[in-house]
Design a protein around this ligand. Structure first.
Ligand code: ADP
Ligand code: ZN
Ligand code: ZN
Length: 812
């Protein structure tokens, strides 16, 4: 008897293994098994089928071990994963690998570390003890190494158990493993849990009345609250001093333990109710109505219209029917505010799926969902939350559906989370709400053409007016010498006014560093990255030149490396330069910068947001991070220092993106009862896109763009498949891409563009060429993809082009 399994390798097919009768009876698709593969490796594979047909091309090997007692993957998930692989032209193994937290798919190459935070090693078997002991002599160990002293068949189960007990950790290649914020809790030492023991202790405390009082308070609190008591909460409620608590801890009467902050934020706030405004209520009802006749509804609501509140009502209704909800967010940075709002309303019915979660935390969410009658009804997560084992999805909400971060770039599967969500919903017969203040052209087109429902909310909550937008013509300002650094006189006077009113300012500049490049004023030489085809960005604080593509960095040269001239000049400007200018212009104000360089640390982003929210910062300068749906009530001025570099991008979505970015940043200005304003500085005040922003006219932007898309054969009228070819040798790549282009043009009667050198045509010493295939909506997509796959297979077989890597982006 046989089973078919998916292996966590970039392989296109499932593989067949032999099982005995007993195993055959027991196994259900969705369970994991350990199987040998290749010469000596073994992997955790996923069963997708069982049958009685021996494979014809190879002899089936026996499985090594069965891991699960019940399936941990649903049939819907498996179906969804096969769809992802076929639509996005990658292998099912790659999807499987991306879908699972790495701790659930151990393989020979998995590397393990001891967990330094746990000491207790009781409760382990002799074999497990051997593994732990090995880790006392070396810092890490792979499963393959463990095989040398423990029978192969047993390893995965033993290691899995050690992981669960927290004695081992998987070494992850994530640069920055997310560390949850821990909160200190106190509890009574277990040995005093009987009334007698307690009486005894209290008796010994006669000379320490405060400590005695503390214990009694503790019992009272516990009786009322029926939940863990944090040290802070305890001190606040009892009014006792820290010293009293310390004394009790020293006597070991109380003990300290720690809980993950996020697990406790999820406390329902009693009495927290949401009263929708009239306009919101109407919107809520129309969305509901649209969802009767459509699977998907696009919810176009201006910034600060209260989309979150409407989501909450929709979610509430769905879970009251006993169904699950997935709320997708483009980036987890956004969740900080949103999670708090949803958690206050829904309490522990929420689980969060972070991009920075480590494998154990991911597994925890996974298992929560699998538990029958689980209290978890709502998952808030980033795109990978789509892979979780939902059993009964009723609704998927995709917030900020236009966000580019929904598209996974690398590695495969290079999927679009919004589109994959719509397919997943269909499999569950669930509904989808796509929310945005600036919908993507594709979604709006789908709504306009009747494929999706469309609901528009044009009013901000509380009738707060949309901000006034003021355009500044930079050419004119420079000509008339009305600029101070990169600030026009008008922007500066508005800034002074805003600060005088005790309000806050956000400034947007879409470049990091001090300046995007430096140039020799004598010979024109611009220092380049040695491995990439880009100029090096200048960082003044660190006095370095750095590459944003590969991370290369060097000290800033004192003279030109070409002609030895000392006359080096900085060109263009980034956030660092703006920050320095601001410090000179506003010496007594608090200024902070938010970009990739200042938000690297664990909670750096959250800290900045908190400080800004608490008005510890007056002016916040940042890159596109500022555009995210953040909500600050005291911001009344937003400045866009240079709109032009947003517009000048070599991508068919450049204007759409520029519009979205500017509208989103502008939307941060003026909330609650304060009127906000926006200042946009540009050399092209008459540019259509800029005018559309000034007028807040989404529809005008849409109409212009959709006209262009139709004319020039772009989505939503054509589907784009981009092939990216890379190789270290320029000539080989050039010939290889030409070969591929020619064969594709001959086999497909479709518009094919290329092979083109992208704007940055070399990264990490690999040259890059791209080919773009345009597939009209009217042609058969899967047939086209099949042809493409065949051509690629024959390309791989051409000996001269061996080593040329091809990656495929579907819906580029
Ligand atoms: P959006 O996501 O559409 O930009 P938000 O959901 O962030 O808007 O809402 C903007 C602000 O208005 C938030 O501070 C939110 O708490 C408040 N708000 C919106 N609707 C309501 C409501 N019905 N009751 C109370 N506050 C609301
Ligand atoms: Zn020079
Ligand atoms: Zn580089």
């Amino acid at each position: 008897m046989y089973i078919n399994v998916i292996l966590p390798l970039a392989l296109d097919k499932t593989f067949t293994y032999l099982v005995n009768e007993e195993e055959y009876k027991f196994i259900v698709p969705g369970m994991r098994v350990v199987v040998p593969f290749g010469k000596s490796k073994h992997y955790t594979a996923l069963v997708v089928e069982k049958h009685q047909n021996p494979p014809t091309l190879y002899e089936a090997k026996e499985i090594l071990q069965l891991i699960d007692e019940s399936p941990i993957v649903t049939s819907i998930q498996i179906e969804h994963w096969f769809w992802l692989a076929s639509y996005y032209l990658c292998t099912i193994g790659e999807v499987y690998k991306a879908a699972f937290p790495s701790g659930l798919i151990l393989e020979s190459e998995t590397i393990l570390n001891a967990n330094e935070n746990t000491v207790e090693t009781t409760n382990v078997s002799d074999d497990q003890y051997l593994i732990l002991e090995a880790l006392q002599h070396q810092s890490s160990i792979s499963l393959a190494e463990i095989e040398k002293f423990i029978p192969k068949k047993k390893i995965v189960a033993l290691v899995q158990d050690l992981l669960q007990k927290g004695l081992l950790q998987i070494q992850e290649e994530v640069q920055e493993v997310y560390k949850p914020k821990l909160v200190k809790y106190i509890k009574l030492n277990n040995s005093f849990s009987t009334p007698e023991a307690l009486q005894e202790v209290l008796a010994t405390l006669n000379k320490a009345p405060k400590q005695k009082e503390a214990i009694l308070h503790y019992f009272q609190l516990q009786a009322v609250e029926k939940k863990p008591i944090s040290a802070n909460y305890f001190l606040e409620k009892t009014g006792l001093s820290d010293a009293v608590l310390k004394g009790l801890l020293e006597k070991a009467i109380f003990e300290v333990y720690y809980l993950n902050q996020e697990r406790i934020v999820f406390e329902k706030e009693e009495g927290y109710e949401i009263q929708l405004s009239e306009a919101q209520q109407e919107t809520f009802l129309s969305i509901r109505e649209q969802l009767v006749s459509h699977e998907v509804c696009l919810f176009h609501g201006v910034t600060a219209s209260g989309k979150t509140e409407i989501y909450i009502k929709l979610i509430e209704e769905t879970i009251s029917k006993g169904e699950q909800v997935l709320l997708l967010l483009p980036e987890i940075a956004l969740t900080t505010q949103l999670v708090q709002r949803l958690a206050a309303y829904f309490g522990n019915q929420i689980a969060v799926f972070h991009s920075k979660y480590n494998t154990n935390e991911r597994i925890e969410v996974w298992q929560k969902l699998l538990k029958p009658n689980s209290s978890t009804k709502i998952v808030l997560g980033v795109r990978s939350a789509l892979f979780l084992p939902f059993t009964n999805l009723g609704l998927i909400v995709v917030d900020e559906e236009h966000e580019a971060t929904y598209k996974q770039q690398d590695p495969a599967p290079r999927y679009h989370a919004r589109d994959a969500a719509i397919v997943l919903a269909k499999l569950h017969q669930a509904k989808v709400v796509l929310g945005s203040a600036t919908p993507s052209i594709e979604s709006y087109y789908n709504a306009k053409s009747g494929k999706y429902g469309l609901v528009t909310l044009t009013k901000r909550y509380n009738d707060t007016a949309l901000p006034e937008v003021h355009l500044i013509d930079l050419k004119d300002k420079y000509f008339r010498k009305r600029m101070d650094g990169h600030f026009s006189d008008e922007l500066l006077s508005r800034m002074h006014e805003t600060l005088a009113n005790g309000e806050q300012i956000m400034l947007f500049q879409n470049r990091r560093g001090y300046s995007p490049y430096i140039e020799c004023m004598t010979c024109g030489h611009v220092p380049q990255c040695p491995s990439c085809d880009v100029s090096l960005t200048y960082y003044k604080y660190k006095n370095t030149l750095s590459c944003h593509y590969c991370g290369y960095s060097m000290a800033k040269p004192t003279h030109c490396h070409q002609c030895h001239s000392l006359d080096l000049s900085t060109k263009g400007f980034g956030t660092e330069q703006v920050e320095l200018e601001l410090k000179k212009l506003f010496p007594d104000k608090q200024i902070a910068r938010m970009d990739q360089d200042t938000t690297r640390g664990k909670f750096a982003f959250e800290k900045l947001l908190d400080a800004f929210k608490n008005q510890e910062i007056d002016i916040l300068i940042g890159t596109q991070m500022l555009a995210k749906g953040l909500d600050f009530e005291h911001v009344t001025l937003v400045g866009i220092l240079n709109a032009d570099n947003l517009l000048n991008q070599p991508y068919y979505k450049a204007y759409e993106r520029a519009f979205q970015m500017m509208m989103q940043v502008s939307g941060r200005s003026g909330r609650k009862d304060k009127l906000g304003s926006v200042v946009i500085q540009t050399y092209n005040p008459l540019h259509n896109t800029i005018q559309q922003v000034v007028n807040g006219n989404y529809v005008a932007m849409y109409e212009e763009q959709i006209y262009e898309r139709r004319n020039f054969k772009y989505p939503p009228f054509y589907r784009l498949v981009q092939l990216k070819l890379r190789h270290k040798e320029y000539a080989k790549l050039k010939e290889g891409s030409m070969w591929l282009y020619n064969v594709l043009s001959q086999t497909m009667s479709l518009p094919i563009l290329g092979p083109e050198e992208p704007a940055v045509n070399r990264i990490r010493n690999e040259y890059i060429r791209t080919i773009l295939i345009k597939i009209p909506n009217t042609s058969n997509l899967s047939a086209t993809k099949l042809v493409l796959k065949k051509v690629l297979t024959s390309f791989e077989a051409v000996p001269q082009y061996r080593g040329v890597k091809v990656t495929i982006q579907v819906d580029y």
